[in-house]
Design a protein around this ligand. Sequence first.
Ligand code: PLP
Length: 379
Amino acid sequence: MINIYQPSLGKEELKAIEKVFKSNWLGKGPKTDEFITKFSQKLVQDTFEGLAFSNVSYKNLIPISSCTEGLFQTVNLYVNEGDEVILPSISFIGAANAIVAKKAKPVFCDVDKRTLNVRLEDIEKKITNLTKAVIVLHYGGVPCDIENISNFCKEKNIKLIEDNANSPFSTFNNKSTGTFGDIGLWSFDSMKQLVMGDGGMVYCKNLKDIKKLQQEIYLGLLSQSGFNNQNDKWWEFDIDRPGRRSIINDIQAAIGLEQLKKIDKQILKRKLIHETYSKELNDYVDVPLPLDFTKTSSYYMYHIQTPDRDKLASFLRKKGIYTTFRYYPLHQVKYFKQLNVELPNTKYVTNNTVCIPLHQSLTNKEINYICKMIKKFKK
Ligand SMILES: *Cc1c(COP(=O)(O)O)cnc(C)c1O
């Protein structure tokens, strides 16, 4: 079976893990710090060729145990019981779960039919005076209309959270996605482009918020405890809020550092596969629209649209090609159905869209085989 997503890990990552073992320091430590620094440099490097944006530095970033935990922490920070949070129905389930966990209301909105990205007009339709936050996603790595959405949210005093799990180092007008809103979230789980087993990153615009988040994800501690505490009673500590423990460790960070070195090449490989797919399949199915010059993509997913989607997916599965549809609309999930919303574009997308394999380990032979099978079905 040809996998739809697949990590690329090798001897570099193994060597890096070995070094961490030998250092005798497995927990959150120097490798984690190095990962934050290198990640922030990469975010800035991709934007205006190294000209630093004042809103991105290592100070704005905290690694976190997963992107899902980041969503829970972020919603907890900004949203109160009874508030409304707007998000596309085509979102990751963890985003809606985080809203419900806070006893707030998820308000599902529509998306563009072709790009599956949320548009400002979709959000505007759902605004009420209870709207506290908006959670957007850059579908498949392609930036949504984030500048306009961000300006709108600022104007209305609504918090903007970017689920950037699909779009590591995608840019809009030369600025990295994930850094437009109040919070941006990355995922490094095993299905993503940069993997560390599990893990994530939080970008937080406001440094006061970052302090709170830092406490929330590390037991509420106000200062460093133990060895790093310069106090003459280094066992003492204080908290002013209770917190969980949602950190990453140096084993994960060491893997992440190696992955970071490979990410540009991996994105380029995905881009080439994207181009091949679009060229080959354009006459048979609806392929993703070409990017306009304001955007770059991480090329996380490749989706095609066709009215006989279900039959095509079954056919491909029988031919050893695994496909899926992301993200199954949340307003169709039993738990959220009572909200009773109608989203026509989402309905169209849900019945016509399938994501086909896209990862950097696909061989030319596999890519050709996938195209050939889709053409064969459509003939
Ligand atoms: C994978 C993913 C997540 C969750 O990331 P984890 O690190 O696995 O918790 C959230 N949002 C989107 C869009 C994702 O693709």
